[in-house]
Design a protein around this ligand. Sequence first.
Ligand code: APR
Length: 229
Amino acid sequence: MKKRIVVLSGAGISAESGIKTFRDSDGLWENYRIEDVATYDAWLRNRTLVLDFYNQRRRQLLACVPNEAHFQLVRLEEKYDVHIVTQNVDDLHERAGSANVLHLHGELLKVRSTKDETIVYDWKSDLNEGDVCALGSQLRPHIVWFGEQVPMLERAAEIVAKADILIVVGTSLVVYPAAGLVHYTDFAVPKYVVDPGRPSMAAVQNVTYIEEKATTGISRLVKELLEEA
Ligand code: APR
């Protein structure tokens, strides 16, 4: 029976693929106000601005490729049962080859009906006013906006609760409920935080900080974990 490794990833793991994080200097939220582009109210108030914001991010994503950190996490699957729980909306974990990826905050390359949220389409081009679902209603980005429910949270908590090892990489752990997932593992479970910053893992036991960029920190950690498996 393979041990289970759960990886909680955030924007930092995609930074070295050229995708901006949110809260680093020159991050996405330095150039846009969240309330203008990433809330349901923004969608109601200024649909064109919201569509354009995600069109720009979708175009940028299609020009990016996974980096060594994404690929190293795939190598763990040789000896571990690996589950990725990501806050990222990019598909870089999937493109690198990770088998089990759960997106807490939605997926940039998908869109959904505004009439029936179960109607979801793959979508790699711009999404514009007038692009409608089979029921004839406007399509929206398949993204969890601030203030909206996080439908995959319960599933994510079940996955994290069964971790034998937890890896937290590239997340500032400031956005809940995602950040709260680190408390779902047993205190004895070894936890590794790979991040040049030092996100707060307040009150969490058994944490090892690897204060390096994802490409170097994850590579070093994966080497160790494969050797000890
Ligand atoms: N390697 C590893 N970590 C990095 C790197 C790197 N090369 N560069 C930056 N980081 C770290 C930063 O130190 C920070 O801790 O990545 C983290 C990025 O934090 P945020 O920008 O807040 O991104 P994230 O935690 O994923 O944001 C969570 O907020 O805006 C919402 O929905 C959005 O999913 C997002 C959520």
